[in-house]
Design a protein around this ligand. Sequence first.
Ligand SMILES: C[S@@+](CC[C@H](N)C(=O)[O-])C[C@H]1O[C@@H](n2cnc3c(N)ncnc32)[C@H](O)[C@@H]1O
Length: 246
Amino acid sequence: MSDNIYETDTSTSQYCDFHYGNEYFGVKNFPKNSVELLLPFFKNINTNKVLDLGCSVGRSSFEFSNYFKEVVAIDYSHKFIEVAKNLQEAVQIDYSVTLEGHISEKRSIDLETLGLSENKDKIRFLQGDAQNLDASLNNFDVIFCSNLIDRLQEPRVFLKEIQSRLSENGILVLLSPYTWLEEYTPKQNWLGGYEENKEDIYTLDTLKKELSTLELSKCIDVEFVIKETNRKFQHTISQMSIWTKA
Ligand SMILES: C[S@@+](CC[C@H](N)C(=O)[O-])C[C@H]1O[C@@H](n2cnc3c(N)ncnc32)[C@H](O)[C@@H]1O
């Protein structure tokens, strides 16, 4: 059995609910809101091709399909990609939301009811590793990495490499709460959240150094809520940083 948390039924249900279920405490749907916050930037770039890396069960990819000619959406989790592909093929997805202990409630979603089916065929969902992308995946007008960098083994290597896959005026969008954890990223590879030579190192400063071919255009705080049980929710503030060609 895989020890990847993103291959479990619990995580799959949680992400189905997070991407397609109810909103809680007045906080907007995170993937939908993240794409909508980018709309002003789409006016200044070509909207041919977007790469959604770490797309999970696919909500942001379906949102992007309304604005781009082609969406390539990649996640490492076979289970998440299977959900996204099934939704795309008009299959109803059933998942369960934990209410308390072992008590759960069944929920069902389908793309048509969610109003997300119009441009679904523009998306290519692929299982794959963001740190080992095929050479043919390049020339993207937007590369969107939502809550991904602090889940990678080697985020520095990833950042160095990903910049070359942008089109001439392409933009890189990173979202992250910078939750560095050794279970995903060896400590020596963290981009921030540690002290070096008596100096506190913050991720945003490291990003500015590592993304040498790009400049920081804007930072936006984007909050999200993930439901764990009826009485336990994760409320997180992700930082969206938008990087344009220098
Ligand atoms: C914290 S979740 C964020 C999911 C989604 N982007 C969102 O914002 O809701 C991290 C996602 O990245 C995926 N992931 C982790 N490592 C990856 C890698 N090396 N390549 C591609 N996807 C990866 C996980 O499977 C998971 O779907």
